[in-house]
Design a protein around this ligand. Structure first.
Ligand SMILES: Cc1cc2nc3c(=O)[nH]c(=O)nc-3n(C[C@H](O)[C@H](O)[C@H](O)COP(=O)(O)O)c2cc1C
Length: 306
């Protein structure tokens, strides 16, 4: 908690998997709840790697919630049913994904322009007993007022909270955050609202608290990936970053069986975000590495330079 605000770690596909979440919680901490990247149905089934990621035995963080992508009712029901069998009773519904191949198929934020489809999905999910839901959404798909037709539909699931990323789906992750749009939904919404978007420092959390005192929690995505010690500056030590990286490397080394190239690609994707204020030359050497040997040398040099 910071200033009485709960801090939630946002799901980021390809980065905040169980290895990242567990290592983050153990080495840095400061987060009150972690979420899985969205799970989806592919060729009629849930993906094996998504199921492995939410396996309760592999998730050691204290408050962990799996997320499912908003989609057609039968697929949503299938995912929630599977997660219920795994022992989960709290699930987050993703109405925010802006990625066109997803959104243009009436999923994620793409569904926000079809209230009747949202209603059908929520009604189907509400009929599953013993599950509480939260929702993560944007203001709309191509219009920041589209939430007005969506919010009343939430009644049937009575969400624990709604996380708002104040952009439209069309904006993806760029362009101004629409804080007036966030204010507008805050005024109308009688469910607890969580703010998400652009939070990179403790000061940013204070600003959200001052500007929106009714907000109960802040969800942080890229800020925490860039600096996993963002919430606890006293832990911003080279030794902690090195340990964090070593744990991820070891986990992917044993999990991935596609050889060196696959491992290298996976580790480099972390560095698309991780420690952007490290010396540029060191970061460049990591991005340019063509083998794990070169990668490991470049990473060691970067940690020495911190
Ligand atoms: C590459 C990438 C993948 C993401 N994957 C997910 C996801 O699986 N589920 C989700 O709800 N949001 C996802 N998001 C959105 C983030 O959770 C978050 O809402 C967004 O990054 C804005 O918050 P931030 O400015 O704190 O990063 C993703 C964002 C990015 C950039």
């Amino acid at each position: 908690m910071i200033n009485n605000l709960k801090i939630l770690a946002a799901p980021v596909q390809g980065i905040t998997d169980r290895h990242w979440r567990n290592a983050h919680n153990e080495i840095f901490g400061g987060v009150n709840g972690y979420y899985s990247p969205f799970m989806r149905i592919e060729r009629g089934e849930m993906r094996k790697r998504d199921l492995a990621d939410v396996n309760p035995a592999s998730n050691t963080v204290s408050h962990f919630t799996p997320q499912v992508l908003a989609c057609q009712p039968q697929d949503a029901v299938k995912m929630v049913g599977t997660l219920k069998e795994m022992g989960y009773n709290e699930i987050d519904i993703n109405l925010g994904c802006p990625f066109p191949p997803i959104a243009l198929h009436h999923k994620g934020s793409g569904l926000l322009q079809y209230p009747a489809e949202v209603e059908a999905m929520l009604n189907a999910l509400a009929s599953i007993e013993g599950i509480s839901y939260s929702v993560k959404m944007r203001l709309g798909w191509d219009n920041p007022g589209q939430w007005r037709l969506i919010l009343p539909l939430m009644e049937v699931i009575n969400p624990l909270h709604i996380t708002i990323h104040p952009r439209t789906g069309r904006q993806q992750y760029k362009g101004e955050l629409d804080l007036d749009g966030f204010s507008a939904i805050l005024k109308e919404c009688h469910y607890p609202l969580v703010y998400n978007g652009g939070v990179k420092t403790l000061d940013d959390i204070d600003k959200i608290n001052e500007q929106f005192p009714e907000v109960k929690a802040v969800m942080i995505g890229r800020g925490l990936i860039e600096d996993p010690a963002m919430l606890c500056p006293e832990k911003a030590l080279a030794a902690n970053y090195r340990e964090f990286h070593s744990r991820l490397l070891a986990a992917y080394e044993s999990q991935l069986n596609g050889g060196e190239h696959q491992l290298l690609t996976k580790m480099k994707s972390l560095w698309d975000y991780f420690l952007p204020t490290a010396p540029r030359k060191a970061l460049k050497a990591i991005k340019k590495a063509t083998s794990m040997a070169k990668y490991n040398t470049a990473v060691s040099e970067l940690f020495l330079s911190l």
